[in-house]
Design a protein around this ligand. Structure first.
Ligand code: AMP
Length: 285
């Protein structure tokens, strides 16, 4: 696995590979990697000849008062996980490499970036879209892999790739969970055993709503109530919404198409997100 720190070196490394017809996969991350990231890298390694993993804690997607300064880091462990999972190139740019002093151009996502997390983290998806567009331009991947765990992010990136005709296939990989259901997240490291056990209410609530949905419940109010009950173990729920899986518009009344049930909640000062898809069986609409 090659470790590269500059855009020039990465381009020089990838150009001949691309010219030889190698398929390039890309997995953008912020590091402190876990098996969720591992699943993305493994899928890229299975489908592509070259897998580029980036580790970059992107300052423009953090708001004031968020955890940019304290975001967890462990480069040695990350390198081992990347190698194990089949990465061929690890890209580790400094902030100044991605945002040089004169930098001033951003990608402005539309309505999709204003609901769910976007309503509480103004500018977050502008920062995400901008850095991902830059990485797409630097790496020029054939396929790029993102986790379902960050459902709204996958929707915003997919929309951006379509709207800007970016020549990349966006692949979404299912959420990897601990055996007890907690969605893996770098931020889980902030949880002590007590808050971690209360965090399980989130996945339990999502699962309960899915079980009710699978048993035929279609009322959005009822499904939200079922999900909310176990989530009372969190200190506060920032949002719990049922949204159209394509447009992210909130859904009212009856569920009559594929929807995402999305939650953001605080456990102490740690903010966690999770989601589950509810898909009516084919022919049952
Ligand atoms: P992050 O390092 O948190 O920015 O995440 C980098 C990528 O890994 C994003 O596409 C995330 O959606 C994905 N990811 C994070 N956690 C998980 C998980 N538990 N399962 C699957 N993908 C994940």
């Amino acid at each position: 696995m090659r470790v590269v720190r500059t855009i020039a070196d990465l381009r020089a490394l990838l150009r001949p590979l691309r010219e030889q017809g190698h398929r390039i996969g890309f997995v953008p991350t912020m590091g402190f990697l876990h098996e969720g990231h591992g699943a993305l890298i493994r899928q890229s390694a299975a489908r592509c000849d070259v897998t580029v993993v980036s580790i970059f804690v992107n300052p423009t997607q953090f708001g004031p008062g968020e955890d940019l300064a304290t975001y967890p880091r462990d480069l040695e462990r990350d390198q081992n996980l990347c190698l194990d999972a089949g990465a061929t190139v690890l890209f580790l740019p400094e902030v100044g490499e991605i945002y040089p002093t004169a930098f001033q151009t951003h990608i402005e996502p539309g309505r999709m970036a204003e609901t769910l997390c976007g309503a509480y983290r103004p500018g977050h998806f502008r920062g995400v879209a901008t850095v991902v567009a830059k990485f797409f331009s630097i790496v020029q991947p054939d396929l790029a892999f993102f986790g379902q765990k960050d459902f709204q992010q996958t929707a915003v990136i997919r929309r951006m790739a379509r709207d800007l005709n970016l020549p990349v296939d966006v692949v979404v990989v299912p959420t990897i969970r601990d055996t007890d259901g907690l969605a893996l997240s770098s931020r889980n490291t902030y949880l002590d055993p007590e808050t971690r056990s209360r965090a399980l209410g989130l996945s339990k609530g999502l699962q309960a709503a899915k079980a009710a949905f699978d048993a035929g419940e279609r009322s959005t109010v009822a499904l939200l109530d079922i999900a909310r009950a176990p989530m009372a173990s969190a200190d506060s729920i920032q949002y719990l919404d049922l949204v159209d899986a394509q447009t992210l518009e909130p859904l009212e009344g009856q569920v009559n198409r594929t929807v995402a049930l999305c939650v953001a909640a605080f456990l102490g000062t740690t903010r966690l997100i999770d989601n589950i898809m509810l898909t009516p069986p084919a022919g049952a609409l």
